[in-house]
Structure formats: structure tokens, C-alpha cells
Design a protein around this ligand. Structure first.
Ligand code: IYR
Length: 229
């Protein structure tokens, strides 16, 4: 008799057990750091040191995914002509969005952010990372393979990516100039890859300002379940 599990070996978990005081210190340190991340719309054109984006994308690729399909591709755009083409196409979509596709409530909700159809940051930021979600995958033999929970999976990977980029000292924006089919065309991605998020990355401009927003306090976002009796 063959053991079916033998075909899929396990290996010991590498887990770092910490003292409670160290756990508290690290939890607080991470909170202090990530709380300083803001969506940035005013970048300088200063280039990003070599290797930093690759390490952050590798970190994104450690995210959990449905059936471990890793249904993602991250395209790094630094070429000025590519960035310009993306800006032109994004502004075409945003012109439609701001002049009718978004309703009045949506426009009112955006007012505090100060956004408009104009997206100069798409050309000024030194890099754009475009995250593509794999709706399905093609096996080496050419057959079509299912993927699972792809929205959740790519969302998690993008969360890891934003945290990694911030941790590495970079500013980011989560930008969705929808519909984003133009990104598939301009970046020549196959049919199974759907544009999910456009992330301008770089350093903030000297005079960069961000909206004066507050975050929900812990009491509003963390509830405790009550025992039934
Ligand atoms: N995509 C547009 C509009 C926009 C929509 C939401 I929801 C935002 O949180 C921010 C902007 C734009 O980028 O201007």
C-alpha cells in the first residue's frame, strides 16, 4: 500500500517564540511604524535604491493564497514613456469618472482627499507597481488551472507589499483608475491576469501634504464576543 500523504511531504515549522515583554514591544513598535503610513499623491522623482523594490515584492509573494496558487504578478514600471502612456490612459478614465461615472455621494466623499482627474504622480513617481490578479493559470502543458479566492489572495499580497514598502522607507498610493483594462494592454499581460491595483512608489516631494484625517479608534474597530450565558 502506498501512503498518499507521502507524495506531499511536510517539514518542521520555523517559528520564533518570543517572551511576552518582547511581544508587547514588537506589537507596539509595528503599530507606531505602520500608523505613519499615509497615501501620498505628491512624489519627488528621486530614484529608488537598487534592490529595494525586488525585496518588497518578494515579501508580498509570501502572502497566503487559495490552495497556494500564488495568483499574482507585479509589474514594475520605471520607463518614462511607459509611465506617460499609463498617465494618459488613467486620466482618460478618471475624466469619465469625475464627470459622471461617480455619483454625487461618491464625489462628496472624495472631497476631503482633494483628488481630481489629474494624475501627475503617475509620471513623477520613480516607479509604478501594477498588481495583476490571476483569475486562472496556465499549466506548463497548456491546460487551464483553477485559482481560488483570488480577490482575497491578491488583496493580502498587496497589503504585505504596502507594509514592506513603508517599512523600507518608501511612500505609496493605492490607485484604481477604473476601469483598468488599459493596464493589461499597455503592459502586455495575458487574458488570465486582471489588473487589481496600481501602486505609485517613491519618496514624497519636499512640500508634500496629506489630508488631515483621523483613524477610527480601537474601541470602534475591535469588539469582544460575549459568552452566550
Ligand atoms: N479613482 C479616482 C477616484 C477615487 C476613488 C476612491 I473610492 C478613492 O479613495 C480615491 C479616489 C481617483 O484616483 O481620483
Amino acid at each position: 500500500m502506498t501512503d498518499p500523504a507521502a507524495a506531499f511531504p511536510f517539514r518542521p515549522l520555523e517559528f520564533q517564540r518570543l517572551e511576552p515583554a518582547e511581544m508587547q514591544a514588537r506589537a507596539q513598535a509595528f503599530l507606531q511604524d505602520i500608523a505613519r503610513r499615509r497615501s501620498v499623491r505628491h512624489f519627488s522623482s528621486e530614484p529608488i535604491p537598487a534592490g529595494v523594490l525586488d525585496a518588497c515584492i518578494e515579501a508580498a509573494g509570501t502572502a497566503p493564497s487559495g490552495a497556494h496558487k500564488q495568483p499574482w504578478t507585479f509589474v514594475v514600471v520605471t520607463d518614462p514613456e511607459h509611465k506617460k502612456a499609463i498617465r494618459i490612459a488613467a486620466e482618460e478614465e478618471e475624466t469619465e469618472n469625475y464627470s459622471g461615472r461617480m455619483n454625487e455621494e461618491w464625489l462628496r466623499d472624495l472631497a476631503p482627499l482633494g483628488t481630481t482627474k489629474d494624475k501627475p504622480f503617475l509620471e513623477i513617481a520613480p516607479a509604478l507597481i501594477v498588481a495583476f490578479r490571476h483569475a486562472w493559470q496556465i499549466a506548463p502543458d497548456g491546460s487551464k488551472q483553477q485559482c481560488y479566492y483570488t480577490q482575497e489572495s491578491i488583496g493580502l499580497a498587496c497589503g504585505f507589499l504596502l507594509a514592506a514598502l513603508h517599512h523600507a522607507g518608501l511612500a505609496t498610493l493605492t490607485h484604481t483608475p477604473s476601469p483598468m483594462a488599459f493596464l493589461s494592454r499597455l503592459l502586455d499581460r495575458p487574458d488570465n491576469e486582471k489588473p487589481f491595483l496600481l501602486i505609485p512608489v517613491g519618496f514624497p516631494s519636499e512640500d508634500c501634504e496629506v489630508p488631515d484625517l483621523d483613524r477610527k479608534p480601537l474601541d470602534q474597530i475591535r469588539l469582544r464576543s460575549k459568552p452566550n450565558n
